[in-house]
Design a binder for this molecule. Structure first.
Ligand SMILES: Nc1nc2c(c(=O)[nH]1)N[C@H]1C(S)=C(S)[C@@H](COP(=O)(O)OP(=O)(O)OC[C@H]3O[C@@H](n4cnc5c(=O)[nH]c(N)nc54)[C@H](O)[C@@H]3O)O[C@H]1N2
Ligand SMILES: Nc1nc2c(c(=O)[nH]1)N[C@H]1C(S)=C(S)[C@@H](COP(=O)(O)OP(=O)(O)OC[C@H]3O[C@@H](n4cnc5c(=O)[nH]c(N)nc54)[C@H](O)[C@@H]3O)O[C@H]1N2
Ligand SMILES: [Mo]
Length: 763
């Protein structure tokens, strides 16, 4: 059986709706998985590939950063959406030179992201010359020499921007940041700036480590797990298996979300026979249907209720821990004494009784874990919101002991590892010191541009070369029109990619697409087949090795591309770039001397289960903050304030997408079929505006600069969401997110709280 031909670009003609599901996974998930895989890869390749996902000798699933269970990996440790991610990469469809001869860049720009992605794997380097509207094949040497020339011709290294998406391996990331810093800049924005930056900012400041403090075992040992602002049924399906296991051991789960997401309510485990026929597990015991952006208020209220209970009956707080390991408690407690319940109820949309019931459970629990994802990190007040979570956990001493802690659930499969390897525009001085010592140079110290500042710099003509290892910068970033105009101002844009996407159609004066190997593919270098490594959401590092034949003979690995470019740009120096590219063990030897926790890296990586990076807060209850203690913080109560008639829009993922990669046009769990331009609104909010379920509306963003940001033609769907809020898919709605609307401290675009107005579409 052969793969189906690529899709037609049909628009929204086939859109249909059905009631949302309350159950995730189970039989429909298995059926969908296999269908999707076979469409892309055929039967034999599907079987061979899917059996290798997350196995000890296989490759790391590119789907998400949820860890594999350490004790035993299931026969098939993957989920429906992991399988889609794999099929997307391992597809048998190919883009060849005649494709670019046939399609001008203008023509490609007219197609949807879905259509672009479905054309198949990129197979050879292509160049768009100045003034041309077509890409044409070019040799690797010519392509890389062109980039090196442009880079060397800049007035300052700070005129170049080097973006990274979170699939890049540790080895490629380390070489990349080394090259960029030897070149002379810290302009290393990454997808994390739009993702968990707020978590990193808040956690570094309060507990001294910007990463989660729990392992999978801790979730299984917790009495109470909060899942806040996260949709694991779609985005981290393997997490549901962990939660199911925890539930069987008696853990209680509280879900905090404006939407009743399918996987949180009920889950059928497709890895177990009972999941195929049974009734599944009711995962969340408590559902707090919170208003978008209300979480800061919720956690302040929980903190206040804990303090009140301590005053009334005692035995609630962990005094010993607070005394010995923290600072700022008195100010925090004093600040909360003034909390207004009226504000809390307005911010959260929850009743005091609902919050009190949740607090009672929190008080009763010995070990508590709070998990969160994008529902918390992409608001103006995200950093203080996460600080409030830390406050509540510190009250009970729930950090640094088994079964308790903070669990920011990362997105991209190696986004955490890339940061560990130095992909960061604000590198720590200690990291630069070690990097400089290892390679005998003085690294640049001035901070570089993050994602939002990179867009500003290109917009203002301060940056002229844009280089991306992976990702889809044009589509993933906010204020699409502004961002696209910014990219178009560049002298050169370069995309190292596996598949075609919107960013390849938004070009600088000259543009290159450099096709690269994916994780599923064999990577053979001078010393033989190579493996790479990744770090999951819980700080576990393990090896990943592809087995499939590369999509084309001409593909280079990301490591090879970076090393060849570095040697052409920098000329002879202290780094043996060819040696590093020829044998990745040599890269790991350097990493072992530069990055703490990676000592003896090559040997540790040979362990089948990999190894855990040190985390002082988790391992020793040591908090490497400015004071050496964990910090309680006092934060102003903030929440998004929509004016009369306005709504707070959150932009989310459907079940059939991976960020900007669209796998299909269904969102099965939410009952949306064959379309993506939908807007979920509470029926009472529709009625209050004289709007009807099914009607077409235009969405306009309300923002102080007066610029018109409108997304047209969205089908209204009456849906169970908190009042005053609405939801639509990204990236279609990124046009609505103002570039200057970002989170305080982390500068993350506020893609989960966009104030909007709705107007009926002109027919
Ligand atoms: N299949 C698949 N897997 C993925 C991805 C994918 O696109 N597809 N993306 C990967 C990446 S990079 C990431 S970062 C993760 C993203 O994983 P998620 O964070 O689960 O992704 P989102 O779709 O953004 O969902 C945000 C959730 O937060 C809720 N929410 C929104 N605003 C608020 C709020 O103010 N408060 C609360 N309490 N909840 C809120 C939404 O209703 C939704 O359930 O998934 C990763 N895994
Ligand atoms: N409105 C709104 N915007 C958002 C978000 C949101 O919730 N709402 N979420 C934000 C978040 S959490 C994130 S992480 C960002 C994601 O931003 P990005 O990481 O920039 O975007 P992706 O869509 O994940 O990138 C997909 C592309 O990566 C390339 N690719 C895939 N695999 C590989 C590989 O192995 N190597 C290389 N070199 N390329 C590869 C393919 O060409 C594919 O088209 O988007 C952010 N944008
Ligand atoms: Mo992400």
């Amino acid at each position: 059986m052969v793969k189906k031909p690529p899709v037609e670009d049909t628009g929204e003609e086939g859109l249909s709706l059905s009631p949302p599901k309350t159950t995730a996974a189970g039989v429909p998930a298995i059926r969908t998985t296999l269908q999707h895989a076979v469409d892309q890869m055929g039967v034999r390749r599907s079987a061979l590939t899917l059996l290798r996902v997350n196995q000890k000798s296989g490759f790391d699933c590119p789907g998400c950063a949820w860890p594999e269970s350490r004790d035993h990996r299931h026969i098939a440790e993957f989920c429906e959406n992991g399988a889609k991610a794999v099929a997307e990469e391992a597809t048998l469809r190919r883009i060849t030179a005649d494709f670019f001869a046939e399609h001008s860049i203008t023509d490609l720009a007219g197609h949807s992201g879905y259509w672009l992605g479905q054309q198949g794997r990129l197979t050879q380097p292509v160049l768009k010359d100045a003034g041309s509207d077509h890409y044409r094949p070019v040799s690797w040497d010519e392509a890389l020499a062109l980039v090196a020339d442009e880079l060397r011709g800049l007035d300052s290294p700070d005129e170049a921007i080097f973006y990274t998406s979170g699939r890049t391996s540790n080895e490629a990331a380390f070489c990349y940041q080394l090259f960029v810093r030897l070149f002379g800049t810290n302009n290393l924005p990454d997808c994390s700036n739009m993702c968990h930056e707020s978590s990193g900012s808040a956690l570094t400041e309060t507990i001294g480590v910007g990463k989660g403090s729990v392992l999978v075992e801790d979730l299984e040992q917790a009495d109470l797990i909060f899942i806040v602002g996260q949709n694991p049924g779609t985005n981290h399906p393997r997490m549901l298996s962990t939660l199911e296991k925890a539930k069987r051991a008696g853990t209680r789960i509280t879900a905090v979300n404006p939407l009743p997401e399918a996987g949180l309510l009920n889950f059928r485990n497709p890895q177990r026979p009972s999941g195929v026929v049974g009734h599944g597990t009711q995962l969340a015991d408590r559902f707090l249907q919170i208003k978008v952006g209300g979480d800061l208020a919720l956690f302040q209220a929980l903190g206040r209720l804990l303090l009140d209970a301590e005053n009334e009956r005692g035995g609630v707080l962990d005094h010993e821990f607070i005394e010995a390991r923290t600072t700022g408690f008195a100010e925090y407690a004093k600040h909360l004494a003034d909390l207004s319940w009226e504000d809390v109820e307005q911010a959260t949309g929850l009743t005091r009784a609902e919050i009190t019931a949740a607090a009672d459970e929190l008080i009763a629990a010995k070990n508590v874990v709070v998990c969160w994802a994008m529902g918390l990190t992409q608001h103006r007040h995200s950093v203080p919101t996460i600080r409030e979570i830390v406050n509540v956990l510190l009250l009970g001493g729930h950090i640094g002991r088994p079964g308790a802690g903070v669990c920011p659930v990362r997105g991209h499969s190696n986004v955490q590892g890339d940061r560990t390897m130095g992909i960061y525009e604000k590198p720590a001085a200690a990291f630069l010191d070690r990097l400089g010592a290892e390679f005998s140079f003085e690294p640049p110290r001035e901070y570089g541009y993050d994602t939002v500042d990179a867009i500003r710099a290109m917009r203002d003509g301060k940056a002229k070369v844009f280089f991306a290892v992976g990702g889809n910068f044009a589509a993933a970033t906010p204020d699409t029109e502004v961002t696209e105009a910014a990219l178009r101002r560049c002298r050169l844009t370069v995309q190292v990619s596996t598949k075609l996407n919107r960013s390849h159609t938004v070009t600088g004066e000259r543009a290159l697409i450099l096709p690269t190997l994916g994780r599923t593919e064999v990577d053979v270098q001078r010393s033989g087949p190579q493996r790479v490594s990744v770090e999951d959401s819980m700080g576990m590092v393990h090896a990943s090795q592809g087995r499939l034949r590369p999509a084309s003979e001409e593909l280079l690995s990301e490591v090879a591309i970076v090393c060849r470019l570095a040697s052409m740009t920098l000329g002879p120096g202290t780094v043996d770039w060819a040696g590093l590219a020829g044998n990745y063990d040599k890269i790991r030897d350097h990493i072992s001397r530069v990055v703490p926790g990676f000592e003896d890296f090559n040997r540790k990586l040979a362990e089948p289960a990999g190894f855990v990076l040190p985390h002082p807060a988790r391992d020793e209850r040591r908090f490497p903050t400015t004071s050496g203690r964990a910090h309680f913080t006092a934060n102003e109560l903030e929440f998004p304030q929509a004016g009369p008639g306005e709504l707070v829009l959150q932009t989310i993922r459907s079940h059939d997408q991976y960020n900007t990669t669209i796998y299909g046009l269904d969102d099965r769990y939410r009952g949306v079929h064959q379309g993506r331009r939908v807007l979920f609104v509470h029926p009472d909010d529709l009625a209050a505006r004289g709007l009807a379920d099914g009607q077409l509306v235009d969405i306009t963003s309300v923002w102080k600069d007066g610029k018109d940001r409108t997304a047209k033609g969205f089908r209204l769907v009456a849906y169970s969401t908190a009042r005053g809020c609405c939801a639509a898919y990204f990236p279609e709605t990124n046009v609505l997110v103002p570039l200057d609307s970002t989170a305080k401290t982390s500068n993350t675009p506020t893609t989960k709280s966009v104030i909007v107005r709705l107007t009926p579409s002109a027919s």
